[in-house]
Design a protein around this ligand. Structure first.
Ligand SMILES: NC(=O)C1=CN([C@@H]2O[C@H](COP(=O)(O)OP(=O)(O)OC[C@H]3O[C@@H](n4cnc5c(N)ncnc54)[C@H](OP(=O)(O)O)[C@@H]3O)[C@@H](O)[C@H]2O)C=CC1
Ligand SMILES: O=C(O)C1=N[C@H](C(=O)O)C[C@H](O)C1
Length: 233
């Protein structure tokens, strides 16, 4: 598979190394907005760039008729615009706030637990996410996905980084040197607490998941998610 890398930072480099081991080739590397977007014979594009660049990168790949997998977080207010753009180009697009198998299993666990907790209003819900200090966005895309899943099943209407009102889930976003990504959801009452937690030990799971998604999507048309790739949920 010929891969165009849109973004060549920590994730781009991890993806390159795993992709080469799986006998793929990297035919394009976009490192900044001034790069030459020559997709030529790319089979798929993988975008792990910065929040301000993701929309343009995804559109450039769709313009070239190249299926796109995006893991960049912090641009999701434009998600519907990208869906419309993808449809207008009869293109292929897959976004995931987190590509690791473990987190996608954890998403299913989160849904099950929030469904179970829905009737027990004596418990309040908090999400904590911890990432490295270079991360540009807060809260993490994964924490937002977790909060949205809980909102679907519980009485909460939105999430907040600030002091929460009774209808809001508090997300505590912490930044600590070298932490690849930790997410914990805690339900607390006067009497006890229940927590579930996912800890990434490296970026390998994110990078491997993105490549598996790219391999899966490359000959398909439409808009997909990791649930389609992993066939879970
Ligand atoms: N979905 C998932 O599973 C995961 C998602 N992520 C997300 O992926 C994104 C990237 O993470 P990470 O690799 O750690 O971040 P990095 O900062 O290491 O990499 C991003 C790279 O994009 C470059 N860049 C800047 N402008 C552009 C542009 N216009 N086009 C292409 N590249 C550009 C940056 O260059 P410069 O530094 O010069 O600005 C930087 O090298 C983040 O949004 C992060 O939250 C991360 C891990 C997993
Ligand atoms: O920026 C990161 O590093 C990560 N970003 C993603 C997010 O915002 O959820 C996924 C992972 O936690 C690592």
């Amino acid at each position: 598979m010929k891969i165009a890398l849109l973004g060549y930072g920590r994730m781009g480099k991890n993806i390159e190394s795993i992709a080469l081991n799986r006998n793929h080739t990297i035919t394009l590397k976009i490192a900044d907005a001034n790069s030459d977007y020559n997709f030529s014979d790319a089979d798929v594009a993988i975008d792990f760039s910065v929040p301000s660049a993701a929309v343009n990168n995804i559109k450039k790949a769709l313009d070239a008729g190249v299926p796109v997998v995006s893991g960049t977080t912090g641009w999701l207010d434009k998600y519907d615009e990208i869906l419309d753009y993808c449809k207008s180009k009869n293109g292929t697009f897959l976004y995931a706030s987190n590509f690791s198998l473990g987190v996608n299993l954890f998403f299913e666990l989160n849904k099950k637990l929030s469904e179970l907790m829905a009737g027990f209003t004596e418990y309040s819900t908090e999400i904590e996410e911890i990432h490295h200090t270079q991360k540009l966005d807060a809260p993490s895309g994964t924490a937002i996905t977790l909060a949205e899943q809980i909102i679907k099943f519980n009485n909460y209407t939105n999430w907040t980084l600030d002091q929460p009102k009774s209808n809001e889930i508090h997300i505590a976003a912490k930044r600590i040197e070298n932490v690849p990504g930790t997410h914990e959801i805690t339900y607390s009452s006067e009497i006890d607490s229940i927590s579930i937690k996912h800890t990434a030990h490296s970026r390998q799971g994110f990078a491997m998941g993105a490549i598996i998604a790219a391999e899966w999507i490359k000959d398909k048309k439409g808009v997909f998610s990791m649930k389609d790739v992993l066939n879970i949920g």
